[in-house]
Design a protein around this ligand. Structure first.
Ligand SMILES: Nc1ncnc2c1ncn2[C@@H]1O[C@H](COP(=O)(O)OP(=O)(O)OP(=O)(O)O)[C@@H](O)[C@H]1O
Ligand SMILES: Nc1ccn([C@@H]2O[C@H](COP(=O)(O)O)[C@@H](O)[C@H]2O)c(=O)n1
Length: 194
């Protein structure tokens, strides 16, 4: 049976970094589900139609990592029909052998509620803004206000709001290095895998 690792958390908390490293470590598949929402928003037009017709080439589009693409993604992510159009792809991805790591906002709560490992990665607002500003060459103060706005939208939407699953374990990356965060995640997964 494939082993599923569900990772959620707010923007720039470090969940993608951990997800990528876990996938490498265990030889699992990795899906950054935020990319699906970014690509859907970047297509323009009717977002529901964009989600229903999302193709692999859409995920290669330039600019998907930008701050603007993240903001647009969080606006279209509140639409229930957009979310339901993307569910099947994510669930099919999750059941590949030998296992899969998916990171996003609703993986542990909605997409893979039975995943044996659920992590919820957090970091302080200021640390997240500093890291994302450094990554994009942007102003930390502006990044802080953008991240706050995006988190609020993600937390307060009615459908699949961002929140830790009841059985998720929290990793706070505010004061630990990337290597320490990855080691903490590996230790949790090893423990669960027995
Ligand atoms: N523990 C850490 N210490 C220092 N920098 C980190 C740490 N974890 C992640 N970073 C850096 O912070 C930035 C954001 O990390 P990452 O992309 O993994 O976040 P994310 O939660 O996946 O964000 P998003 O939801 O927007 O995709 C990256 O530049 C990454 O290298
Ligand atoms: N499972 C998910 C993943 C993402 N979103 C929305 O997409 C935005 C961009 O995500 P990033 O991880 O690339 O920052 C995010 O702010 C969410 O609005 C989602 O709803 N569910």
């Amino acid at each position: 049976m494939p082993f599923i690792i569900a990772i959620d958390g707010p923007a720039a908390s470090g969940k993608g970094t951990i997800a990528h490293a876990l996938a490498e470590h265990y030889g699992f598949h990795h899906l950054d589900t935020g990319l699906l929402y970014r690509a859907t928003g970047a297509k323009g037009g009717d977002p529901v139609e964009a989600a229903r017709t999302l193709a692999p080439a859409d995920l290669e589009r330039d600019g998907l990592r930008s701050s603007e693409a993240g903001q647009i993604a969080s606006r279209i992510a509140i639409i229930p029909e957009v979310r339901s159009a993307l569910v099947e792809f994510q669930r099919r991805f999750a059941v590949q052998e030998p296992g899969a790591v998916l990171d996003g906002r609703d993986i542990g709560t909605v997409i893979c509620p039975d995943a044996p490992v659920k992590l919820y990665v957090i970091a302080s607002n200021e640390v997240r803004a500093q890291r994302r500003a450094a990554e994009l060459g942007a102003d930390p103060a502006q990044m802080l206000s953008e991240l706050r706005e995006r988190d609020r939208r993600d937390r307060e939407r009615d459908t699949a709001p961002m929140r830790p699953a009841d059985d998720a374990l929290i990793i706070d990356t505010s004061n630990i290095s990337i290597d320490e965060a990855i080691a903490a995640a590996i230790s949790i997964v090893d423990h669960r895998r027995g």
